[in-house]
Ligand binder design. Structure first.
Ligand SMILES: *[C@@H]1O[C@H](CO)[C@@H](O)[C@H](O)[C@H]1NC(C)=O
Ligand SMILES: *[C@@H]1O[C@H](CO)[C@@H](O)[C@H](O)[C@H]1NC(C)=O
Ligand SMILES: *[C@@H]1O[C@H](CO)[C@@H](O)[C@H](O)[C@H]1NC(C)=O
Ligand SMILES: *[C@@H]1O[C@H](CO)[C@@H](O)[C@H](O)[C@H]1NC(C)=O
Ligand SMILES: *[C@@H]1O[C@H](CO)[C@@H](O)[C@H](O)[C@H]1NC(C)=O
Ligand SMILES: *[C@@H]1O[C@H](CO)[C@@H](O)[C@H](O)[C@H]1NC(C)=O
Ligand SMILES: *[C@@H]1O[C@H](CO)[C@@H](O)[C@H](O)[C@H]1NC(C)=O
Ligand SMILES: *[C@@H]1O[C@H](CO)[C@@H](O)[C@H](O)[C@H]1NC(C)=O
Length: 468
């Protein structure tokens, strides 16, 4: 069994390097900040940092960034982190800064929770995600910033999360766990060419941000580590995630937009999100997820060229009465899955409310979800698509989906309170989606109008993100 999976994965990899997944006209996220040259540069060692893995360098990071702030209006500056193991607590970034890691540089997070100060809960959550009240500040933190780059020659940012996972498991946390990187209310962010390992909680969390590019990063955490999501764009727009490998204990990418009544009143959607050429595994969760916090709305999401293996779920939408908000205009195409429990899952009674003040009559609007060109090997259940009674999910369109190896003796598709259309789905689709897309219903389906044309030839490359 394992060998079969390995062989299949290798086959997929070989096909990938043959150029099937990487055509010459491969699109790239465009972010005008990406290639910013910084006229000033300092090394962290000039501020007394010691890369021995033992000396705490929080002050050196803070002092160097404070110094570099004087160059913010002179084209910005670069903070260089040379080879070494640089132990540090949380530090804040500034605008017009590049944090650049040498290939043998490791920024090593302090395992002492006192080195992770407390910060306010997000307005769209009303409280910490895990515990009421405040939360620990991320290792690398930025607020109200513009034009920030975190990159390098494949260096590493290591959260040393295992102690946080223990505190979580044995219920001795005082505040919600921190992220490795969090940006709040910031614009023009590039995170590239790095490896992130063992985040205490979600690894990369842009919230209330715009123009965010995450490219060519690897995010790793053990499959059993709790809530170690890879990248969680949250109430953010114009986000592009591409060419990443993510293997963690929770969702690889989870698009969010706030939680129940707090998310509804904040009203900050996540929109214009691209995720492409992503590969990875999530033993306990999903490859690509939306929610469960989606109360500010999620729309205009394009997911393409994804490979998910050894995972519980391939693609998942999570919501609940009380969330309100919407998930609409979602397009997933060209996805391969190997050894996945449930290929497609809509969970409509997710629960998990911030407090007792949520409004159970605030029902989410889920509509215009298109999933096409999916192949799966060694899939256990094709799909569990559950809507909400009295709140049917509308215009769910499945096209050209072939899922092999279904072992469950339950029906491969289990659909309730959903409406939509399908073509070319194997195994045979459930009754509510039986009506065909072509020729009458393609305009009911999100972005299927040019389904029969090749999509990459007529792109307007000048536009930021959505160029179809
Ligand atoms: C967001 O940041 C800008 C500065 O970049 C600031 O003017 C604005 O007040 C901030 N908004 C919030 C809600 O923090
Ligand atoms: C960000 O902007 C908000 C609103 O202007 C302000 O309250 C907050 O102090 C700022 N935070 C930082 C870290 O600049
Ligand atoms: C980055 O490092 C990882 C392992 O440390 C390696 O597998 C990968 O090929 C490296 N990437 C580049 C571009 O050097
Ligand atoms: C919880 O885990 C931490 C970190 O491993 C450990 O130091 C502590 O003793 C544990 N506490 C309990 C009550 O098990
Ligand atoms: C929680 O607070 C107690 C009391 O201040 C402290 O002893 C303990 O170390 C804290 N736990 C964590 C995980 O920070
Ligand atoms: C990241 O690596 C790629 C490939 O090695 C390189 O083309 C690109 O310029 C790098 N990006 C940055 C910001 O250094
Ligand atoms: C169906 O999807 C596969 C990829 O999974 C693709 O190669 C094939 O061209 C698609 N067929 C149609 C009719 O679009
Ligand atoms: C479908 O899923 C529901 C729970 O969501 C379960 O109660 C029911 O037995 C399932 N039906 C089939 C045919 O698998």
């Amino acid at each position: 069994m394992q060998l079969v999976v390995l062989v299949l994965v290798l086959l997929l990899l070989v096909r990938e390097s043959d150029g099937i997944g990487r055509s010459e006209e491969e699109e790239k996220c465009e972010n005008e900040n990406e290639m910013k040259k910084r006229p000033h540069s300092v090394s962290i060692t000039e501020f007394g940092a010691v890369g021995d893995g033992v000396t705490l360098n929080t002050k050196a990071f803070q002092n160097s960034i404070f110094y570099l702030n004087s160059f913010a209006d002179k084209g910005g500056a670069k903070l260089f982190v040379p080879a070494g193991r640089w132990l540090t607590g949380s530090f804040d970034l500034i605008s017009h800064l590049t944090l650049w890691l040498h290939k043998d540089a490791v920024i090593l997070a302090s395992p002492n929770s006192d080195d992770w100060p407390i910060t306010d809960p997000l307005p769209s959550y009303g409280r910490g995600r895990e515990l009421p009240g405040a939360r620990h500040r991320s290792l690398i933190y930025g607020r109200n910033l513009t034009d920030i780059i975190i990159t390098g020659d494949n260096g590493t940012i290591d959260g040393q999360g295992s102690i946080w996972w223990d505190w979580f498991d044995n219920k001795t946390l005082n505040y919600t766990r921190p992220h490795l990187v969090e940006f709040i209310n910031s614009t023009g962010i590039v995170i590239s060419n790095l490896t992130f390992i063992n985040s205490p909680f979600w690894a990369i969390h842009p919230v209330y941000c715009s123009q965010v590019t995450v490219r060519n990063v690897r995010i790793l955490a053990p499959p059993e580590s709790p809530n170690t999501d890879g990248i969680d764009p949250d109430s953010s727009d114009n986000v592009c995630i591409e060419d990443c490998y993510i293997s963690t204990g929770d969702d690889l990418v989870a698009i969010k937009s706030g939680w129940d009544e707090y998310g509804i009143s904040s009203g900050r959607p996540s929109t214009n999100i691209i995720i492409r050429r992503l590969m990875g595994e999530s033993g306990r969760a999903a490859g690509i997820a939306i929610g469960s916090e989606m109360s500010g709305g999620v729309s205009e999401v394009r997911v393409e060229n994804i490979q998910i293996f050894n995972s519980r779920t391939g693609i998942r939408i999570k919501t609940s009465p009380g969330r309100g908000g919407y998930v609409r205009n979602i397009y997933v195409s060209d996805m391969k899955m190997v050894n996945v429990g449930t290929a497609i899952r809509f969970t409509s009674l997710y629960g998990e409310h911030p407090d007792e003040f949520y409004d159970p009559t605030a029902l989410p609007l889920i509509e215009r979800i298109t999933i096409k060109d999916v192949v799966g090997e060694d899939i256990k259940i094709a799909g569990v698509l559950e809507g909400i009674e009295g709140d049917t999910f509308l215009n769910i369109c499945l096209s050209n989906i072939t899922l092999n190896g279904i072992t469950s003796n339950k029906s491969p598709w289990n659909c309730s309170y959903i409406q939509g259309f399908s073509d070319l789905v194997s195994p045979e689709i459930c009754e509510p989606l039986k009506e065909r897309i072509y020729p009458e219903h393609y305009s009911d389906c999100y972005h299927l109008s040019n389904h029969l044309r090749t999509s990459s030839s007529n792109q307007n490359r000048g536009a930021w993100l959505f160029s179809w």
